[in-house]
Design a protein. Structure first.
Length: 53
């Protein structure tokens, strides 16, 4: 279980590169929000939180 990472996983990095390349600005792992979502878009008041299954 110690090998399972919660941050900076390969799918997460792919999504972040795609979004940044298309001009979306985000914050990582919003600590002020419940559950610490993966991506926070303050401009759009939106969060993305996903889990690898």
């Amino acid at each position: 279980m110690s090998m399972i990472r919660g941050k900076d996983t390969k799918p997460e990095i792919i999504v972040r590169k795609f979004l940044l390349g298309n001009g979306f600005r985000y914050k990582l792992h919003g600590k002020m929000l419940p559950g610490k979502p993966d991506l926070v878009f303050p401009k759009y008041k939106t969060v993305i939180s996903y889990t690898a299954v």
